[in-house]
Design a protein around this ligand. Sequence first.
Ligand SMILES: Cc1cc2nc3c(=O)[nH]c(=O)nc-3n(C[C@H](O)[C@H](O)[C@H](O)COP(=O)(O)OP(=O)(O)OC[C@H]3O[C@@H](n4cnc5c(N)ncnc54)[C@H](O)[C@@H]3O)c2cc1C
Length: 437
Amino acid sequence: MKTPHFAIIGAGTAGLATAILLAREGNNVTIFEQVDELSPVGAGLLLQPAGLAVFEHLGVLDEALTLGAKVTGLEGQLPDKRLLVNSHYHEASTNLYGLGIHRSTLCHVLTQKLSQYSSHITWRMNHTIERLEEHPNEIRLFGFNQNQKFDDCFDAVLIANGARSQLRPKAWVKVDQAYPWGAAWSIVPECLALNPQILHQFYDRSKIMMGILPTGAIPSEPEQRLASVFWSLPTAQLPTFLKDEQSKQTWLNQVSERWPDVAEWLKQILYNNQIQPKWLSAQYRDVVMTQFGQGRIGVIGDAAHAMSPQLGQGANMALLDAWAFSQSLQLAQKNQNIDWSLLWQHYHQHRRSSTQFYQFLSRLLTPLYQSDHWWAGGLRDLVFPWMYQIPYFRKEMAITVSGLKTGPFQQLDYQKIAQYCEKENVLNSKSESLPDY
Ligand SMILES: Cc1cc2nc3c(=O)[nH]c(=O)nc-3n(C[C@H](O)[C@H](O)[C@H](O)COP(=O)(O)OP(=O)(O)OC[C@H]3O[C@@H](n4cnc5c(N)ncnc54)[C@H](O)[C@@H]3O)c2cc1C
């Protein structure tokens, strides 16, 4: 059999992780990325244990740990100092933890790993893909590079070009809409007044929410520990956030009335000429698909299932997609051929229920933190403290945050994802019966 050649569109978390796994198994991969240099900007993010299991499988966990910030749990405070959310990974399983990481660090760790398989990788930076055509034995991609049109053929394509993808097959898209709320965010030096192993959140009803996430260091400045600050806002208000002195004062007063210690820290940052933090906006999309792949076309990462980052699962899901795709490919690569229908059957078996579970929960919970509904925050403040008193719910909440859930009563096995033995890492599921979709 000739070595399969995959095209991956988009060098984000999903695209890079998948490229490593495909190249490691001896496949050829061409990565198309629209920007001319990978220098990811964006708020830091929290990799949950499920994502870290994939990191272990990829062989990049140790490197990520040297730069990122180990996070042991999530604490969400109300204005009266009560903890509304108090979830710690050890409640799910003793050895679990999360990792706050800067996007450029995440990209650095993945591209470093990818460079080990360079003979199987072709980079096409500054190449934007506009459309694709599926033929019986190949996929043809059409795009442009510096105003020059090009087209190229591959055995299969993975669309990993993020939440705003225009390439995912329209017939598979059930929902594709913007959220009415987003967040302003900035990267700042770590807050020494707060526990550096905790993602801290602050809420007042469903209208005010702030997050402070330790994200560790970036490769070029390994000594400087950083944090990402998030401030939730309706999208219409994002462009004017902190644009003048008056709005800075109003914001600091809003925080100070509720959480004075944090306001003091923010004040020092805002008025420190050496730091001068830049505030940027993040807007979210909700994307639901009826299927993630068929034949020679697959959709992974945010392109397949973008959602509000309320549960902090997007990058984890992208990593789990990469893992599930490589497992499914190995299973379907039999008798000198790839059985595409078996591949997608297996992939959907792994990814559909988990994705549905987190998308459902994200839709349910997001309005409790980010909406104008008068009842949302009150309902949340009544129900959550009650739930946290019951050990069963505390544990379930920790497993959910860990990204390991595949349904209300099922979960993934961290070790099964993390393990990697060369040429023997196909899941022992070849004899399992596969459900029909
Ligand atoms: C404020 C905020 C906080 C978040 N916090 C968390 C968190 O704590 N934990 C977590 O797990 N997730 C978090 N997320 C979600 C996470 O960032 C995403 O889920 C994840 O980055 C998705 O990765 P991806 O590879 O699918 O897409 P992306 O990272 O968007 O990558 C897509 C790539 O495709 C390229 N591209 C686009 N179109 C084309 C084209 N036509 N041709 C070629 N290239 C193209 C883009 O340039 C880009 O490089 C957060 C998101 C936001 C906005």
